[in-house]
Design a protein around this ligand. Structure first.
Ligand code: GLA
Length: 416
């Protein structure tokens, strides 16, 4: 989603070059702050080793055994999915979404750069389809996102919108632009969109406030300012603060301090969204449990807004790679290109069960848990932090069959 996908036959060199390029360009910042996972390269052979026999591939669940997530979790919380315009016309994904999910998130299509790319130019075609699609299926419809430092056009922050070298816009004018944006986009749908991510990703890993153009221009108290504005413009939608890695203690502490301050000043904030871009190690279940306890104490609703589990080796440290590692790139960092081995599938299914067991324990504070994409084919994790890998972060395979993990997640609901 952050650039063109490399052809499937990419070489290791191309993939490494993509990482170096991404780092040189600053890379998508949402992951630079994700809790560090070990950067040591995974163990693997060298090119000269004899080829090992290929591992057995995992089988999907038999179609007759597939049950509905939304039905299984009905007593607990809604089960959501992030969609793209492709999903509205693809009959197979329409059927799957209708069967499995009762809450809808717009992945990219309500972001500023999609819906309002130029001053005065709004694109509502996909946004309208999105809201109607959810309503027709009696789903709760989610709004993502009003204030974020990514996927927002540069003109928004310029005094002279047409001049790339323009100094920053004034605080008052930025608030005017934001008011117009919220009124035109969110106001178009009113209570048809039940939740809005008002501010996304305002904190660094250590809990300090992230430097963004919003903060620079609106001031350090901008989260309060923006929530007050959203409250006045969107009385009928729930207002959410959304971020990743809130299960990580230092970051959560920073966020909680600001959110508590907002509440003590009487500023409306209805819920916290933990994105939930997880992997096989992070977070451990006690971190997730503690996060949910802390949110409950804060006295707001909770949503898991962008859940996925990255099963590939961590590729964030490979810019320091030596030549041998680069030669072995595919084997080390993209090891499941042919299929997900059944041994890994079993570990993944256990991981999903453990995560959902904690979520069910805290079901009384959770409004919805949303998967970040319909199937593995659509996941951003095939292209981040390295383009063109083959990842397996969701419950449905590329052909929309269910992974064995679906049964584990449904088992964790304890309702069957
Ligand atoms: C963040 C954003 C999402 C999406 C993901 C990557 O989590 O909130 O909208 O861009 O990054 O897919």
């Amino acid at each position: 989603m952050f650039g063109a996908t490399l052809p499937r036959a990419h070489s290791g060199w191309l993939a490494v070059a993509a990482v170096v390029f991404s780092i040189a360009c600053g890379g998508p910042p949402q992951d630079d702050a994700r809790p560090a996972t070990p950067t040591t390269p995974p163990t693997g052979g060298t090119v000269s080793e004899p080829a090992a026999p290929p591992p057995a591939c995992a089988n999907p669940m038999p179609e007759a055994d597939v049950q509905s997530l939304q039905a299984a979790f009905e007593p607990h919380f809604r089960i959501g999915v992030a969609v793209s315009p492709f999903n509205f016309s693809d009959a197979a994904s329409v059927e799957l979404i209708s069967q499995q999910f009762n809450h809808l998130s717009p992945e990219n299509l309500l972001k500023w750069s999609s819906v309002h790319p130029e001053p005065g130019q709004y694109n509502f075609e996909f946004a309208d389809q999105y809201v109607t699609f959810g309503e027709e299926r009696d789903m709760t419809v989610y709004g993502h996102v009003l204030v974020w430092h990514q996927q927002v056009p540069a003109w928004v922050f310029r005094a002279d919108v047409a001049n790339e070298d323009s100094p920053d816009v004034s605080r008052d004018e930025l608030l005017t632009r934001l008011t117009e944006h919220i009124t035109t986009v969110a106001g178009r749908y009113g209570d048809r969109i039940e939740y809005w991510d008002v501010v996304n990703e305002a904190f660094n890993d250590d809990g300090s406030l992230r430097d963004t153009p919003w903060r620079r221009i609106l001031g350090d108290d901008y989260i309060a300012t923006v929530f007050q504005l959203a409250d006045s413009l969107l009385p009928d939608s729930k207002l959410v603060y959304n971020d990743f890695s809130l299960a990580s203690e230092p970051k959560r502490a920073g966020a909680l301090a600001v959110l508590q301050d907002l509440k003590s000043r009487g500023i409306r904030i209805d819920a916290v969204g933990e994105q939930g871009h997880y992997n096989m190690n992070y977070p451990d279940v006690s971190q997730l449990d503690q996060m949910l306890q802390d949110f409950e104490e804060l006295g707001v609703g909770v949503l898991l807004t962008e859940l996925d589990v990255d099963v590939l080796p961590n590729a964030q440290g490979i810019q320091g790679a030596d030549l041998d590692m680069i030669a072995n790139y595919d084997k080390l960092y993209d090891p499941y290109r042919e299929c997900l081995p059944e041994t890994v599938d079993a570990k993944l299914a256990a991981r999903w069960h453990a995560l959902f067991a904690v979520l069910v324990d805290h079901a009384d504070v959770i409004d919805a848990v949303t998967f970040w994409g319909v199937s593995d084919a659509q996941s951003w994790l095939n292209n981040w932090p390295v383009q063109g890998r083959t990842n397996y972060p969701l419950l449905f395979n590329r052909d929309l069959t269910a992974k064995s993990a679906l049964a584990n997640v449904i088992d964790a609901a304890g309702t069957q």
